[in-house]
Ligand binder design. Structure first.
Ligand code: FPP
Length: 232
């Protein structure tokens, strides 16, 4: 299963505790570590996490710098654990605007864990779904054939389950093509509070959904009426 997570709510988690936003991101990095540990046991083979969106450059420079440093530190500190646990790290998104120690930390983490087969961990950094689609089209055009399969090959595996924490219900330019038939699960939990039991609950909800991919359901659908019609 390919699960993807929009890890939202770090800032509000910190604010609620009178802490600086970066403390929320640090706590978020711990939640990320817990989630990676729990993913294979929950039946997840590919996990894509939204760590920094191309639109996040609009945040104050201190927060951006802190996030970049945290990412580099996290990659360095987690590489050995990932290697021991069969986790292959891959960073998706633009690399040309990343500064400081991050590009080297990414290269080291990716090459050290390249043989991992238990979990493919994709971390999206300076990532935009629209840019990724545009780039895939550009590459396919350059190769002389723009087709659905060519783009799919460029973009990566389809997402089965998309989780967003923090209470918002939107995609925020994350994996737009890959989420074509993703099951969407929105949680009010702030990302730093997310743990293995939340991941397992989301996976259980996913398995309870009927995925039809445009075909007909095996049984006649029950049509909700009135107040029943609105989802929470
Ligand atoms: C959204 O919360 C979160 C981010 C923009 C960054 C995600 C980063 C982490 C989970 C930690 C660091 C990542 C790694 C890979 C070590 P927000 O700041 O938008 O929260 P808010 O909506 O409450 O303000």
């Amino acid at each position: 299963m390919h699960a993807a997570i929009i890890m939202d709510g770090n800032g509000r988690w910190a604010l609620a505790r009178g802490l600086p936003r970066l403390a929320g991101h640090r706590a978020g990095a711990e939640a990320l570590r817990r989630t990676v540990e729990a993913a294979p046991g929950a039946g997840i083979g590919v996990l894509t996490l939204f760590a920094f969106s191309s639109d996040n450059w609009r945040r104050p420079p201190e927060e951006v710098a802190g996030l970049m440093q945290l990412l580099a530190e996290h990659l360095r500190s987690e590489t050995t654990r990932c290697l021991e646990n069969g986790v292959r790290i891959e960073v998706i998104g633009r690399r040309d605007r990343l500064g400081g120690e991050l590009p080297a930390a990414i290269a080291t983490a990716e090459s050290a864990t390249a043989a991992g087969e238990k979990l493919q961990l994709r971390i999206a950094v300076d990532y935009s779904g629209r840019d990724a689609i545009a780039e895939a089209v550009r590459q396919a055009a350059h190769a002389g054939l723009v087709c659905r399969e060519c783009l799919e090959e460029q973009l990566g595996p389809p997402v089965d389950l998309l989780i967003r924490t923090g209470g918002e219900q939107r995609l925020s330019d994350f994996l737009l093509w890959e989420c074509a038939y993703a099951e969407l699960i929105f949680s009010r939990r702030m990302w730093p509070d997310f743990d293995a039991s939340d991941l397992e609950a989301a996976v259980r909800q996913f398995h309870a959904r009927q995925r039809r991919f445009g075909a007909l359901p095996p049984l006649p659908a029950v049509v909700p009426t009135g107040a029943q019609a609105w989802l929470d």
